[in-house]
Design a protein around this ligand. Structure first.
Ligand SMILES: Nc1ncnc2c1ncn2[C@@H]1O[C@H](COP(=O)(O)OP(=O)(O)OP(=O)(O)O)[C@@H](O)[C@H]1O
Ligand SMILES: [Mg+2]
Length: 309
């Protein structure tokens, strides 16, 4: 931490296409008098202007601790109890795995956390703001990838990312650089001008991720099975980037039942079964509490119905 979050690295500018560099120069209101300018010189000019603006930037933005605070959460759908008395905190600099079998209440928890549905009782705070009484501020730092991604079908990927940047008040020049950075990271270049409605499931998920990462970190992330739809390279890139964000102070809550992903990525776990928490802690703590378990899978099985013989 301690870095300026508006900081644009030279390497990120260098990866931009020529057309995008010219857009960026325009956005920065650089006067380019030569009819022909070397790409390298243009990058120099852009970096000079960006460094100048970085210095004028405000203080670094740090999340409230805990960044996610769920207390005594209960959710009923009619007679069905989906979440029963959940307490869950995530601090800045942590990735927490919410794991549990089908129907345990993971998606319901994330939908309440992001303000999509209301709890029956209990409270949810994001970055110190109450989701019920202060939803706009609570939602301003949260990034959500739903279990079944949906999105404006008639926007192109580029339009959607630009739209997200505007809503979250990201400066236009920062948005241009970040769009290229994450479109490359998630290999979306080919689809930048495709309509969202035509994307495959995995590519839609990638577009939604870029729509989050175009914003200024640190983030509070609620990711529902984010790895599931991605191919191995997409999954690897996402995992590596989530770890970097964690190290830079983001707070990340991930629901998954892919336990290999959870074990590799998460600092600690909350295990749910049939709406209640049946175990929590780091992998070592969970292993110590279940003497017949040797890995996360066996901890999971023994806490959620027993290890099959
Ligand atoms: N809108 C709804 N109306 C009625 N019941 C619901 C609704 N949403 C969820 N439920 C029920 O609440 C319980 C928890 O569902 P939830 O989707 O949170 O589980 P999950 O842990 O995400 O499962 P999965 O691993 O399959 O995604 C389930 O029994 C589900 O059928
Ligand atoms: Mg779910």
């Amino acid at each position: 931490m301690g870095e300026n979050h508006h900081l644009i690295e030279r390497a990120n500018v260098e990866q931009m296409k020529n057309k995008e560099l010219l857009r960026l120069a325009q956005t920065l209101k650089l006067s380019i008098l030569d009819r022909k300018i070397l790409r390298e010189e243009l990058v120099d000019k852009i970096m000079k202007e960006i460094d100048f603006r970085n210095e004028a930037d405000g203080p670094e933005f740090i999340l409230h601790t805990p960044a996610i605070n769920i207390e005594s959460l209960i959710k009923r759908f009619g007679k069905k109890v989906a979440v029963w008395g959940l307490n869950l905190q995530v601090n800045p600099g942590e990735i927490v795995g919410l794991v549990g079998p089908n129907g345990a209440g993971k998606t319901t928890t994330l939908r309440i956390l992001t303000g999509i549905i209301k709890p029956t009782s209990g409270s949810v705070e994001v970055n110190g703001f109450d989701m019920l009484s202060d939803p706009i501020r609570a939602k301003s730092t949260i990034g959500y990838i739903p279990e079944k991604p949906t999105c404006y079908p008639s926007l192109t990927v580029r339009e959607y990312i630009t739209f997200m940047a505007r809503i979250y008040e990201v400066p236009a020049e920062v948005a241009l650089v970040r769009m290229r950075q994450f479109v490359d990271m998630f290999q979306l270049d080919e689809f930048l001008d495709s309509y969202i409605g035509t994307l495959s499931k995995g590519n839609l998920q990638r577009a939604l991720l870029v729509g989050i990462f175009v914003r200024n970190p640190p983030y509070v992330l609620a990711l529902d099975e984010p790895i599931y739809g991605l191919d191995p390279r997409g999954a690897w890139n996402l995992k590596a980037y989530l770890k970097q964000l964690r190290d830079e102070g983001s707070a990340i809550l991930i629901s998954t039942h892919i336990l290999e992903v959870a074990a590799d990525l998460c600092d600690r776990f909350v295990i749910m079964n049939e709406s209640t928490v049946v175990g929590r802690g780091t992998l070592d703590e969970l292993l110590a509490s279940q003497e017949n378990a040797t890995n996360l899978e066996e901890v999971f099985l023994s806490l959620t119905g027993g290890i099959p013989q």
